[in-house]
Ligand binder design. Sequence first.
Ligand SMILES: Nc1ncnc2c1ncn2[C@@H]1O[C@H](COP(=O)(O)OP(=O)(O)OP(=O)(O)O)[C@@H](O)[C@H]1O
Length: 262
Amino acid sequence: MEKAIIVKDVSKKYRLYSNPKERLLDLITPKDFGEDFYALSNVSFEAEKGDIIGFVGVNGSGKSTLSNIIAGIIPPSSGEVYRDGQTSLIAISSGLKEELSGRDNIELKLLMLGFNKYDIKKLEPEIIDFSELGKFIDQPVKSYSSGMKSRLGFAISINIDPNILLIDEALSVGDKAFAEKSFGVMKKFKEMGKTMIFVSHSIKQMEKFCEKILWLEYGRVKDFGSVEEILPKYTDFIRKWKKMSKEEKESYKNDVIAACKV
Ligand SMILES: Nc1ncnc2c1ncn2[C@@H]1O[C@H](COP(=O)(O)OP(=O)(O)OP(=O)(O)O)[C@@H](O)[C@H]1O
């Protein structure tokens, strides 16, 4: 099987500061201020061409960080990422420029991806049509609701025909009809053998659409396998998680992080 994505020992480290002064001191003095925080820690997994993989995990597990790294939007602190061909990330805040209109954002994104003027003029009406933004397409994106931004991001991403499509919570905002239409396109992508990564808190959406599941837990891979194998375990965990108190959740999180340090 041909690989579409290879993620090898990827970590993402952020420096956390308790106040702005600490941040400044860390920058201008040779002494260390703040503390290291690993949003991802030695994450490895591979996707075959045509795989549809769901990323699951409780809030703060690193799902968005990992999808941003795969999309090439943020760099890993260490480790390697291989991707086969053009990757497109659809997220609620998918790099749209707030001051520009929807139409200008379409043109800018396509120009940045290397499309020529002829192709842009051809694609633009299709994108606008799919986005269902109508006359709002000429309004600045800062005036859009999160659902409208997500629709624009989705319309651009699917029309540029990427090999790898990453969808991060984009279908959880906005209306059901648009989500259904988008699922229709994703099904077509599936038939075309494209690789897709799907990030969602909805277990139902995962069941409906994915074939494999990567379960992240505080920056670590907890499990990876088929939907049939992983989702029942994850559902069971979430049931228990929801019953935990705030303190129990915090202690569970600290135990996971401590266990990985050994
Ligand atoms: N720029 C940043 N600076 C510092 N910490 C960050 C930064 N971006 C993300 N994090 C932290 O990294 C961790 C993983 O975040 P991420 O958004 O990837 O998780 P997630 O699983 O997508 O969460 P959610 O389900 O809530 O969207 C979180 O603890 C988050 O606070």
